[in-house]
Design a protein around this ligand. Sequence first.
Ligand code: SF4
Length: 162
Amino acid sequence: MIKVLVSACLMGEKVRYDGNDLRQTHKAFTTLEGKAQLVPFCPEVAGGLSTPRPPAEIDLANGESVWAGAGKVIATTGSDVTDAFCEGAKKALAICQQQGIRFALMTESSPSCGSSLIYNGKFNGQKVSGEGVTTALLRKNGIAVFSQNEVDALLHALKDCQ
Ligand code: SF4
């Protein structure tokens, strides 16, 4: 069965910054659970951050900027958590490479897992086009990343490769 890396919070693990999860129960997600082996992973916890933890945003509002050495991930406390975010992202990529995973379903708007929208880095609740630190690294390495709002598209992509 084909494997898909999934943000752990989408599978019900209480690993979000506020100690909650984002368990998905909609029909498409249930279908996905029957069609693929889901591999839950939380980059922020894997990077060494605790749960709960202060929310964080990317100052340049794009994970790619972090890998380019220009952007930083900053928590509301003002602490620089860039290294932890990068460490978690590298571990996510390592799991994909070790297990031959080519698809990921990641939580939209997260500074780690967001795939099309993330917060703008100003902690004012506004989102802009962009992707998280882990998503940027996965995509750079050829892994197709979808959000929880795109499960149908992911199912379609999986069908094409089975
Ligand atoms: S880092 Fe990703 S998996 Fe972990 S809580 Fe945030 S959105 Fe969920």
